[in-house]
Design a protein around this ligand. Sequence first.
Ligand SMILES: [Zn+2]
Ligand SMILES: [Zn+2]
Length: 646
Amino acid sequence: MIKITLPDGSVREFEKGTTPMEIAKNISEGFARNVISAKFNTAIIESSTPLHKDGSLVLYTWKDKEGKTAFWHSTSHIVAQALEELYPGVKLTIGPAIDNGFYYDVDLPEGTISEKDFPSIEKKALEIARGKHDFKMKSVTKEDALNFYKEEGNEYKIELIENLEDGTITFCDHDTFTDLCRGGHIPNTGIVKAIKILSVAGAYWRGDENKPQLTRIYGISFPKQKELTEYLALLEEAKKRDHRKLGKELELFTFSQKVGQGLPLWLPKGAALRERLEGFLKKAQKKAGYEMVVTPHIGQKELYVTSGHYAKYGEDSFQPIKTPKMDEEFLLKPMNCPHHCEVYNFKPHSYKDLPKRFAEFGTVYRYEQSGELHGLTRVRGFTQDDAHIFCTPDQVDQEFMNVIDLSLYVLGSLGFDNFTAQVSIRDPKNPDKYIGTVENWEKAENAIINAAKEKGLDYVIEEGEAAFYGPKLDFMVKDALGRNWQLGTIQVDYTLPERFDLTYKGSDNELHRPIMIHRAPFGSMERFIALLLEHTGGNFPLWLIPEQAIVLPVSEKHEKYAEKVLKSLENSEIRALIDNRNETVGKKIREAEMNKIPFMLIVGENDEKANTISVRRHGGDDLGAITIEEFKDLVTKEINSTLKSF
Ligand SMILES: [Zn+2]
Ligand SMILES: [Zn+2]
C-alpha cells in the first residue's frame, strides 16, 4: 500500500500502482469527471500515471492554471498532428502551453501558413480531437529516440534528444501521432471541444537569430464552444481598449525612434494626468506620515554592488557610464532602494524616531530587449511611486496595516473593486534559502497574515514564494476584461539594512537593525496608466480624466455665451474646453464622444435666454437644460463619490 496526502491534509491509503484518476474517482465520481491533470510531489504527471510510493497529490481541473496548461499543451500535440497531415514533410520542434493558449514552432517544407489556412487547420485538429484518443506516455531509450527522428530527418528533435540523458526520455502517443515530450497531458483528445488558431509569426530555432527561422503557430482551445466564443469577444474588446491605441487617440503619450525605443514621451494631457495621480497619492501619503525625498537618476556602481542590484541588473542591463577624466563608473538607477538606505543613514536614529517613511516618485532604468518592449507595460525607463519604511520588528504589524489601507484607498479611488491578495511566505522545508533570523521571519509573516485578516482581504498564502530577503503581499487585480494584473507589492526586507549597515539605538541603548518595507501602490506610473486605460477603455474617473467637459455652441451666434460658460467652469477648476469651429453640433458631439469627454455642454438660443446649458453625458444620456451652478454641483458630487479623502 502507499500513503497519499491530499491538499486538505488528509492521508489515504491505496494499492501500489493506483493512478491519480482512480484516486479522484475514490473521492467522488463527479469530481473525477472534471480531473484532467495531476501533480505528484513536485512533478506534473498524467492522471493515468501509476503511483508507486508515498507522496502528496494534487488533482487539477480546467479551472486550475495547471489544468489549463495541460489542456493547452495537449492541444498543441493535436494541432501538430493536424499540421503533419496537412503539410507532409513538416518538421516539428517544440509546442509549449503559454499564458493564454499554446504555440507550436514548425519548419515547413515549402510555402507559408497564413490566416486563410487557419480554418482548415482548426477543422483537421477538431476532427482528430473528436476521435477521443488517449494520451499515452512511454519511456524510450536515447538510441531508439534518435533513430525515430533520424528516420524522419528531423534535426531539431535530434538536437533536443542529444541534450537529454538516457533513461529520462519519454514519448507521448495519441492516435497515429508520436511526439518527444516530458509529459503533462489531459486524459484524451475528446475533452478538447473548441480550437482556434490565433496567429502566425516567425521565430528562430532556440531564439537564436543565427539559427533557422521557423513558423510559430499560436492557438487556444477550450472544453466548451461557448467559452471560445466568449474568449474571442473579449479579445475583440481588448483590441479596442489596447492602451497603445487609446494613448495615441487621446494624446496621452507617444514614442519616438529618435529618442529611443521603450522610452515614453508624455504629452501635455498625459503629463497632467500623471501629475494628478501623483498629487492624489502624495496627499494621502502625507496624511499617512510619509516624507518626500528626491534622489538622483544615477549612482556609483559601488552603490549597486553593495545593494546586490548590480548582480541582478549589472551585466544584463544598461552598462556603466564612465567619467571622462577620473576613472569613475556610474549606473543608471535600476532601483530607488539603495538611495533611500543612504537617506536613512544621514544621521543616527533612535527607536523613538521610527518608523521613518521615505517616499519618492523615482524614475528607474532597466534594459529590456527590443522584442520584449510593449507600449507602457514593458519600457526601458519608468517611474515608481516608491517608498521605503524603516521600522522596528514590533512595528511591522501596524506598518503593514497602514500600507494595506493606503493600497485599498488607491484601488477604490480608481474603480478597481475586484482583487485578491497573495501572501508569499517561506518554504518551511528550506530554511537555509533565506536570510534574516527565524524569529523575525515568523514575526513578519504573522504580521502580514494578521494585517490581511484584520483588513478583511480575500487572500491566499503561497508557501515558498517569498524572496530570499523577506515575505511579501501582492494585490492581484482583475480588470474589466477579467485579466489579472499584479499591483501594489508590499515587501519586507532583511537584506538591505544588513548590506547598508542601517541601525537604530533601541530602548536598551544597544544598536539594532531596522526592518525595511518596500511598497508601491501603483507600481510603475507607466504600467499603471496602461492598466487604467485598458480597464476603463479611456473613460477615466471624472477626477482624473484630462477634459471633464466641452462646451458646444450650436452656432456662431452663441459663441460669446459659450465663452462665458467656459470661463465660469474654469474659475471653478473644472477642466473644460470649447469647440467653436464652424461645424454642425452633430459632428462636434461625435468627436467629443470619440475623445471620451464625460460631459458635452450644448448651448443654443434657449440656453442663452434662460442662462442654462443642455448637458449630454458621454455615451448618450441627455440630462436636459440646467444652470451652470447645478452642473458644477453635479461634477463635485460625482467626484466625491469616487474620490474620498484618505
Ligand atoms: Zn506533450
Ligand atoms: Zn525598494
